[in-house]
Design a binder for this molecule. Structure first.
Ligand code: GTP
Ligand code: MG
Length: 330
């Protein structure tokens, strides 16, 4: 085994932040040599991962996810936890940019040695943001963080991606907009383990209370999944003097106790592993195909034929797969 990688892994395990940051950069690199090293490093660290609580925080832009995490993270540190925060931006693979990265709003957390805050990756990540985030979670666990908070915007694919990465997720909602669902699909509401009416402060407090009461009503109408925990609805403010974070911590403790006892936690992680494997096979296969010139040429030719209507997409795909054995692996 590569001695340098062993030393690097050791430094990560002792909590050296520079080594952790460099490992995350390696995981997000698009160079294939870096990808191979990242794989090797993760393999060394794998036995020291998996024991953290992975918690997703979602909600529309501006609902206060980052401010909430800053405050919530500080309370967790007071209770003796070590907290890592990863932001994911489901659009960054497409746009090449990061909508979250430039305004993390976690000034308290970034100043603490018990916390590690990593803004969302920008640029084109091989295998996508979900793959990189999963590996970053593992790295942070190996570095001794026992609570992983993953922030993502609750629109588009964000929440589906989140469900494949975390054990539990919190949906933040805002009062006073007339519609508690605020464009958030019912699907997310059903998946959330905890509904939090955020910004419950100042003039907004009465409408926050009303919103919580209505949400509780909706939550009770949700189809009852015997496996899931009773969905809670809590009020919270992350503006000073903050309010409600301790209740959220209690509710999450309860969630983890229940899901550990019922085996749900373990089953969910197993499902995530299989999903990740399937996704990675597909993505690595695509990367390999794109690098293999004769295959790429054939694929482009077939794409052209599909576009011109000379062949159906299904038949073209089948012909392509049938011809794969003609090509030597690249
Ligand atoms: N009154 C009040 N304002 C808050 C609270 N939390 C956040 N804010 C404000 O709401 C605005 C948005 O906060 P962010 O934490 O950046 O929201 P976000 O959901 O992370 O936003 P994106 O990352 O852009 O999706 C900021 O101006 C915060 O100061 C709160 O509990 N109460
Ligand atoms: Mg944010």
């Amino acid at each position: 085994m590569d001695h340098e990688l062993q030393m690097w892994a050791e430094a990560i395990r002792t909590g050296d932040r520079g080594s952790l940051a460099r490992a995350i950069t390696l995981v997000e690199s698009s160079l294939s040599t870096d990808q191979e090293r990242a794989d090797a490093l993760l393999s060394i660290l794998l036995p020291f991962t998996g024991s953290s609580r992975r918690i997703g925080i979602t909600g529309i832009p501006g609902v206060g996810k980052s401010t909430f995490i800053d405050c919530f993270g500080m309370k967790l540190i007071e209770k003796g936890h070590r907290v890592a925060v990863l932001a994911i931006d489901p659009s960054s693979s497409l746009s090449g940019g990061s909508i979250l990265g430039d305004k993390t709003r976690m000034d308290q957390l970034v100043a603490r040695t018990e916390a590690y805050v990593r803004p969302s990756p920008s640029g084109n990540i091989p295998g996508g943001v979900a793959r990189a985030t999963k590996e970053n979670i593992l790295l942070c666990e190996a570095a001794g963080f026992d609570i992983l908070l993953v922030e993502t915007v609750g629109v588009g694919q964000g929440e589906t991606m989140l469900a494949d990465l975390v054990d539990c997720f919190i949906l933040l909602l805002m009062p006073g907009t007339g519609d508690e669902l605020q464009g958030i699909k019912r699907g997310i509401m059903e998946h959330a383990d905890l509904l939090v009416v955020h910004k419950a402060d100042g003039n907004a407090l009465p409408s926050a209370r009303e919103a919580a009461a209505r949400l509780l009503h909706v939550a009770r109408l949700m189809p009852d999944d015997p496996e899931s925990n009773q969905q809670s609805v809590l009020l919270c403010s992350s503006a000073p003097p903050d309010m409600g974070h301790d209740e959220i911590i209690q509710s999450i403790d309860q969630f983890f106790e229940n899901s550990q006892a019922s085996g749900r936690l373990h089953r969910n992680r197993s499902r995530q592993e299989v999903e990740a494997f399937r996704r990675d096979v597909y993505e690595q296969w695509t990367i390999k195909m794109n690098r293999h010139t004769p295959l790429r040429n054939l694929m482009e030719q077939m794409e052209h034929d599909v576009l011109e209507g000379r062949i159906s997409s299904f038949r073209a795909a089948r012909l392509l797969v049938d011809r794969l054995s003609e090509f030597r692996p690249g």
